[in-house]
Design a protein around this ligand. Structure first.
Ligand SMILES: *[C@@H]1O[C@H](CO)[C@@H](O)[C@H](O)[C@H]1NC(C)=O
Length: 138
């Protein structure tokens, strides 16, 4: 399934970025454009562009099994590992993420297929919360 979601509003400068992360089941591409004058954001942001594989790979999960290898793209230089509990069900989540999403999180590692160990992090909630709130994962 592909969901195309547009957001508009007021934002801090650090939110004006292009990002992509790939958690196997969920791939998110974010493209943003920001401006600083009154009501200047009438146009939609450009469609995000899928970047090329960068030669790195990380484990990703299919159901409870986290043994498949995922090709990272663009600036997804780190591997990510976390577990979430949804409705009492434990769901492991692994994949490729950019450096910016790893700051302050022990759930990231650098190096091919380095994310074999499981790890729990609130960081994932930051990533998933917008998706959850939109009902995209239900
Ligand atoms: C994001 O990428 C688009 C092209 O897809 C570009 O037009 C835009 O300026 C970029 N935004 C930022 C914040 O770099």
């Amino acid at each position: 399934n592909v969901y195309d979601v547009n957001f508009k509003g007021c934002a801090l400068p650090e939110r004006c970025v292009n990002r992509s992360l790939n958690l196997g089941l969920i791939q998110t591409l974010i493209s943003s454009s920001c401006c600083t004058t009154k009501l200047c954001n009438s146009a939609n942001a450009p469609e995000p562009v899928q970047s090329q594989p960068n030669g790195k790979s990380c484990f990703s999960c299919v159901g409870q099994s986290c043994t498949s290898s995922l090709a990272c793209t663009g600036n997804q230089d780190f591997c990510y590992s976390a577990s979430v509990t949804v409705d009492g069900q434990y769901i492991p989540v692994r994949g490729c993420v950019p450096k910016e999403m790893c700051q302050g999180h022990s759930s990231c590692c650098e190096g091919d297929l380095c994310n074999s160990a499981s790890s729990t992090s609130a960081g994932l909630l930051l990533i998933m919360a917008p998706l959850l709130s939109l009902g995209l994962l239900s």
